[in-house]
Write a protein that binds this ligand. Sequence first.
Ligand code: ATP
Length: 235
Amino acid sequence: MSVPILEVVGVHAAYGRIEVLRGVDLVVPRGAVVALLGPNGAGKSTLVKVVSGQHRATSGDIHLGGVHVQGASPEELARLGLCTIPEGRSVFPNLTVEENLTLMSYAGVGVDAVLDTAYSYFPRLHQRRHQLAGTMSGGEQQMLAMSRALASDPALLLLDELSMGLAPLIVDELYDTVAQIAASGVSILCIEQFARTALRVSDYAAVMVGGRVVATGEPTEVLDSMSDVILGGAA
Ligand code: ATP
């Protein structure tokens, strides 16, 4: 078996004295889409922050593509191929779509390649390329955030609540693109409230409760055994 793209072992983390992650174990196999589900407050976003170097774990180990990265800076992690789309997106509202994308053309990735990738995944961005990003719909801004992430040619994409504030139809559309991105060879860890939608495109699911991963497996197994925890009335 090849080395997983991400391996989290026994990770603890706290805000001040309050321990939020209490020994998280999680594996993302190379090339897989893993959905990380669980109720509000379970610690999912904190895990994203720890893995992406924005919050320090108090103990445990994290390996990215076999490299020990516990304590590494966001810049080092980016060099190793990690890219995060945080909750709430991250586009420059006063720049046009094309300017947002052009800004990402650095480190040897040419402008044309960045634009080609963005517009082939999201033709709607091409139609709106001269529009200010801040005036676009939430779904279109998420498309732009995803395109900006793809510009860095990531090995592992962390998606935190792609669906936040979006209509179910748009969420479905975005997850279709997540599946296409994964098919191109990018490994993906997605944190999601819309459990069914995320599970539709996932190879594996993990459920977090109270700062620990309490179940992992194939999407259908996890949906069957943990439906009360992960659906919680949502789709
Ligand atoms: P949600 O879906 O609501 O974002 P989550 O599973 O992503 O939930 P986290 O955001 O990681 O959970 O939060 C886990 C716990 O840590 C919660 O009790 C939250 O209140 C707390 N927490 C999160 N961020 C901070 C912070 N910056 N300072 C203090 N406590 C925090």
